[in-house]
Design a binder for this molecule. Structure first.
Ligand code: SF4
Ligand code: SF4
Length: 423
């Protein structure tokens, strides 16, 4: 048995085939097909990895069309960690099949270097401003790339950005700080959503937190999700090393996927004697922004935003970190906000990182159900705390032509603080 299979053998055997997970699986709800549920996927993986009655190579779809949302685990009496099992199954598959040049480029080079990642985002922006991207869409060129080409429509317009350096300049020093935090921007905010990065820094300053912006690399979640466990572990070690030179109370991120995976470093490196303790210490310092703001006491001096607001729970916040109340508390604290609970708020929106790039149709079916629920609320603003969710939800709103603004929680909160200052 390989190490990867040894690591999940026990978890695979915990499934008692009760089927209660079917109620929590967005993919099963979209397809109605047993093998897309946790029970079905686990049965197939047991046959391939433990009983050797199936070839693992034959299970590409069951392994890759799982959202790893852990919606099933919420309904599962023995709490089978299906998302974790699927990540490991992908790692085993990649180990047997070998990596592609694209995988090596993305996970070994781009995500391991903030400056190279920024250069790549500038190329995307260039394609935007030269009209290349709109032209490719208009002429149907993107369709030639299958699911990946169709999913290109989810990616919003690339704004001008100066990358991590601009965020560092904003952070600066503040008078009489009560806390010292390191801001883990993630790959998305500095390059694709500079307004989110700026809003996060301003909010932390508003809470008397001095902000440092280290040259952290990608958290490793995209690599782990692709099945490249070695790259994910290597990125984790780099981040732990960088954090070792900092003297901060917390490592804060406004991206639910990043905070979830950074907290998972303890598990990711638990079998590495040289790094396990350092990984535990690092993980203990990680805080999602919504979590730290409610922990230290949210500053409630805000301007009014008179809107109906609803909230979608990112799976990495609600299921992986069990953080559900803090974002709701924050949104309810904004004067004028009428908070409306979204039906099935904690059911995945179909984003799951780059899921749509391989499983476009299922992703859109899952999204359509989410949009139906958003429409029922009659909300003016739909909020979430994860860039992948926000991009996916914004795409859904465009497709369904709903009169709804989609935004990150930090942007709305920052708006409320800025209105207080103006007022
Ligand atoms: S992790 Fe999500 S998509 Fe995968 S089986 Fe569980 S509920 Fe379904
Ligand atoms: S709920 Fe859990 S134990 Fe029951 S079938 Fe699903 S994964 Fe297996």
């Amino acid at each position: 048995m390989s190490t990867v299979v040894e690591e999940i053998a026990e978890a695979l055997q915990k499934c008692n085939k009760c089927g209660l997970c079917l109620a929590g699986c967005p993919v099963y709800k979209a397809t109605g097909v047993e093998w897309t549920s946790a029970r079905g996927r686990i049965a197939l993986l047991r046959s391939a990895l433990l009983d050797h009655r199936l070839e693992l190579d034959a299970l590409d779809d069951p392994i890759f069309n799982c959202l790893t949302c852990n919606g099933c685990t919420e309904h599962c009496p023995p709490a089978v960690p299906t998302g974790e099992i699927i990540f490991k199954a992908r790692e085993e598959m990649l180990k047997r099949q070998g990596d592609s040049w694209l995988g090596r480029l993305v996970f070994h080079k781009l995500l391991a270097s903030p400056s190279q990642l920024h250069q790549a985002s500038k190329l995307l922006r260039l394609a935007e401003v030269t009209g290349l991207r709109p032209l490719a869409r208009k002429t149907g060129l993107t369709r030639l790339f299958g699911d990946a080409g169709k999913a290109e429509a989810i990616v919003p317009k690339i704004p001008p950005s100066q990358g991590l350096e601009a965020v560092k300049r904003l952070a600066g020093k503040i008078n009489n700080p009560k806390y010292k935090v390191a801001y883990f921007t993630g790959c998305h905010a500095p390059n694709l959503a500079p307004k989110v990065a700026a809003a996060t820094v301003r909010i932390l300053h508003r809470h008397q937190a001095e902000v440092t912006v280290p040259d952290f690399v990608c958290c490793g979640l995209p690599a782990a999700g692709y099945g490249d466990g070695p790259s994910a572990r290597s990125l984790a070690r780099r981040n732990i090393e960088i954090a070792a030179s900092l003297s901060v109370d917390a490592i804060v991120t406004a991206c639910a996927s990043c905070s979830s995976f950074l907290k998972d470093y303890a598990k990711l490196l638990e079998n590495d004697p040289e790094w396990s303790e350092r990984a535990r210490d690092f993980a203990a310092k990680v805080k999602d922004l919504s979590e730290i703001l409610t922990d230290i006491g949210l500053v409630t001096e805000m301007g009014t935003i008179k809107k109906k607001v609803t909230y979608h729970d990112p799976c990495h916040l609600a299921h992986h970190q069990k953080i559900k109340e803090p974002p709701r508390t924050i949104l309810r604290s904004i004067p004028g906000v009428e908070f409306i609970e979204l039906p099935e708020a904690d059911v995945c929106c179909g984003a799951a990182g780059s899921y749509a790039f391989k499983n476009y149709d299922i992703s859109m079916q899952v999204l359509k159900r989410k949009m139906g629920n958003v429409e029922k609320t009659g909300a003016d603003i739909l909020v979430s705390c994860c860039p992948a969710c926000v991009m996916q939800l914004a795409c859904g709103v465009r497709q369904e032509k709903l009169p709804v603004r989609v935004t990150e929680m930090v942007e709305l909160l920052d708006e409320a603080y800025r209105k207080a200052k103006e007022g």
